[in-house]
Design a protein around this ligand. Structure first.
Ligand code: SF4
Ligand code: SF4
Ligand code: SF4
Ligand code: FES
Length: 549
């Protein structure tokens, strides 16, 4: 393995790594714009120039591979002077937009301008300007701010797998955008907003809503499909304003699909359920359940749980059914099966990145329900409602009328129940027919865990307080259990996870106290392979030097 010296520190590198990669792995910051760890190297911004002993000219560190004995200086006078010159050049046409620019506070150009910019510009000519353009429903393009790093072009071409943007014109007139002014069509197009190192591309959904330094950033998960992408939820004044990717090489690298990002709009939708039908709803429901239990008829009560709920929610609902109510009428509606492989995630980023199963926790729901007695499937449970075997149905985060829309009799049989109680975050066809409705927290408003399609257990974190009187399903389950005289005292989702680890097969190796940010794989059944390596072959994504831009 080659040994190199960077700024006087000797470092052992991997064969084939570039100077920039070695430096960043070892905490040495080399300014850069066009380099992106997941993209082909373009080497066009020249901001990453470094001095290499015995090499007469400065070299780009993003495109220069290390050699044994190399001595690199990233901070010499010559390097700093070159960076100042590059910044002066990049800022020739750049507007003084920071006070009104959405990128301010998280802009690489702004940061480097602070370090290497000059107070006075020698450019006396008129700046070249472009019209601001919306490119489709999601992105606004402001070419006055573009520094032509080509990250957006490379992402769309090499990672999203759709060649729809390029450079046009020359010199100061150079512009980057979709061909023939079409909008970006890729379902992953909003990743270019994150990849853009300045404010040339901004999200139309987030523009002018809040300054980045005023928002709270919470690492959590997207809850819109079974991939379980890691994401940051950005909140301000009680609202989630945007979702951006959090890195996890095993799941989503540093990307999110547009649909996942925009799913946050549902959190604050007008059809949110914010309070129970009546303040006494839970007491009344308990009274009804008790009459059945007193007559030894717990088996006339059914529970429908959900792959949209966390493991902790589902675990406690299963425990409520089995240990407190004494019923095995317990089922969930599974998400759409997906026979496409989960990985590896080589480029181009295929559309199968988004899983067909739109529920985030089908695997977890299956695991929680399989740990004890349960109904064969949700249709069997619904048939038992129709036949009168079940007289009380508790529905959590599900809409059986929509799920079984092929059977028009479902709505009528639910209406004939003695009690239909629905706990849901948003109004749905079933909640409209329920005698009692309880408000439920959304994925952004609770802690817990999901198990993704590949069996990876990952943590969901509360980004904001639950809206209105909503709460997690496990809290409702606990209150119901206590009203039915169970002595439960779970204080948090973590308390429940400890019990899951102790009792649910496959979860025994999960350490809830030390679950890494990337999550951990649950134990796979003997006959099943472990999670495929979704990171793929790194060489398939990063060519040492590609100067075709
Ligand atoms: S792109 Fe960056 S430097 Fe340019 S105006 Fe916006 S915040 Fe300022
Ligand atoms: S729009 Fe942004 S990402 Fe695209 S080339 Fe310009 S600066 Fe780079
Ligand atoms: S692929 Fe799935 S989990 Fe990932 S961002 Fe899209 S919807 Fe969310
Ligand atoms: S980061 Fe190396 S040339 Fe742009």
């Amino acid at each position: 393995m080659p040994k190199i010296t960077i700024d006087g520190v000797e470092i052992e590198a991997q064969e084939g790594q570039t100077i920039l990669q070695v430096a960043s792995e070892n905490g040495i910051d080399i300014p850069h714009f066009c380099y992106h760890p997941q993209m082909k190297i373009a080497g066009n911004c020249r901001m990453c120039l470094v001095e290499i002993e015995k090499v007469p000219k400065l070299q780009i560190s993003c495109g220069t591979q290390v050699r044994d004995g190399m001595v690199v200086n990233t901070k010499s006078e010559k390097v700093v002077k070159a960076r100042r010159a590059i910044m002066e050049f990049l800022l020739i046409n750049h507007p003084l937009d920071c006070p009104i620019c959405d990128e301010a506070g998280e802009c690489r150009l702004q940061d480097y301008c602070f370090e290497y910019g000059q107070a006075i510009s020698r450019f006396a000519e008129e700046k070249h300007t472009f019209e601001r353009l919306d490119v489709g429903p999601d992105i606004t393009r402001n070419m006055n701010r573009c520094i032509h790093c080509t990250r957006c072009i490379r992402f769309l071409r090499d990672i999203a797998g759709i060649e729809e943007a390029g450079l046009s014109e020359r010199g100061g007139h150079t512009a980057v955008g979709p061909y023939l002014e079409k909008s970006y069509q890729s379902p992953f197009s909003m990743n270019i907003v994150d990849a853009c190192p300045c404010g040339a591309l901004t999200s139309r959904h987030f523009r002018f809503k809040a300054r980045s330094w005023l928002m709270k950033k919470t690492r959590s998960l997207c809850a819109s499909c079974a991939r379980g992408c890691n994401a940051y939820l950005w909140t301000y004044q009680g609202r989630v304003l945007r979702m951006t990717p959090a890195e996890n090489d095993q799941v989503n690298q540093c990307w999110l699909c547009n649909a996942g990002r925009l799913s946050i709009e549902r959190i604050h939708a007008e059809d949110r359920i914010l309070e129970p039908t009546r303040s006494s709803a839970l007491d009344e429901a308990t009274g009804k359940i008790k009459t059945y239990l007193d007559n030894d008829q717990g088996d006339k009560i059914g529970l429908l749980i959900s792959p949209r709920l966390t493991n902790e929610d589902n675990y406690l609902l299963c425990k409520l059914a089995r240990e407190v109510i004494g019923t095995s009428w317990l089922a969930y509606v599974p998400g759409e099966p997906d026979d496409r492989p989960f990985g590896p995630m080589n480029r181009p980023l295929p559309e199968w990145f988004i899983r067909k199963d739109a529920a985030p926790n089908s695997q977890g729901a299956a695991d929680m329900i399989a740990s004890g007695d349960h109904t064969e499937d949700a249709r069997t449970l619904i048939n038992a409602v129709a036949s009168g075997q079940i007289r009380v149905l508790l529905v959590f985060s599900e809409d059986p009328i929509a799920a079984f829309s092929d059977d028009p009799g479902v709505a009528e049989s639910l209406e004939n129940l003695d009690l239909l109680l629905v706990s849901a975050s948003h109004r749905n066809l079933t909640s409209e027919r329920a005698q009692m409705v309880l408000p439920e927290a959304t994925f952004a408003e609770k802690d817990g865990s999901f198990t993704n399609e590949a069996g990876r257990v990952q943590l969901l974190s509360k980004a904001l307080e639950p809206a209105g009187q909503s709460r997690s399903a496990w809290q409702t389950a606990q209150e119901l259990a206590k009203l039915l005289k169970a002595k439960w005292s779970y204080a948090s989702a973590a308390d429940i996870m400890r019990e899951i680890v102790a009792g649910v097969p496959g979860y025994e190796d999960i350490d809830p106290a030390a679950l890494p940010e990337q999550g951990a794989l649950k134990k796979q059944p003997e006959n099943q392979d472990s999670e495929p390596n979704v990171e793929g072959d790194p060489d398939a994504r990063v060519d040492p030097v590609d100067t075709d831009q």
